[in-house]
Design a protein. Structure first.
Length: 173
């Protein structure tokens, strides 16, 4: 046995009991939504919804927003954004949708709230983030603390309904 073979054999014997662990960081696809302001009070507010998609902001196809105590059913202030510029507001019965276009008149509304389309817009603010600005006013009859829920889809990923904030509509003007 050569000197080299002897050294290698000794190293194998010495190192055999050691186990090596490697940390591998996997980047999984993700889709998240946040709102600014996250909480507050008033009859009207411009809300900014940020949809972050690891697939890229251009892939975001849908963002649903609901101001209410629950997501489904009648009597909610609920809107659905469909890229690139359509917004649908759910009617009072919670069965049909009223269409509006971002940046254009008319506003779309039900008995709980109104979405002012002329002052609302969608834009990519980075490769991964879409900003949806919605100018919303609430009716006096819709007073109380309203949870803000969001649902998003980007063609590949879906973020199911999640609580992202709350808004208090005052009782009287």
């Amino acid at each position: 046995m050569t000197l080299r073979e002897t050294i290698l054999a000794s190293l194998v014997i010495l190192l055999a009991p050691l186990t090596m662990y490697f940390a591998v960081r996997a980047v999984l696809p993700s889709l998240t939504v946040r709102v600014e302001p996250r909480s507050g009070a008033g009859w009207s507010q411009t809300f900014r919804f940020y949809v972050s998609s690891s697939q890229g902001a251009a892939r975001v196809q849908e963002l649903d927003i609901c101001f209410g105590s629950r997501v489904a059913g009648p009597g909610n202030c609920r809107a659905e954004y469909n890229a690139p510029a359509n917004v649908f507001v759910q009617d009072d019965a919670g069965e049909q949708w009223i269409m509006g276009n971002l940046g254009k008149l008319p506003d779309v509304a039900n008995r709980q709230c109104a979405f002012h389309m002329l002052r609302s817009r969608a834009r990519r603010i980075s490769r991964d983030v879409l900003e949806l600005t919605l100018d919303v006013s609430f009716r006096e009859t819709y007073s109380g603390v309203r949870n803000i829920f969001a649902y998003a889809a980007d063609g590949e990923l879906i973020m199911s309904w999640q609580y992202i904030g709350n808004w208090t509509v005052p009782e009287r003007r």
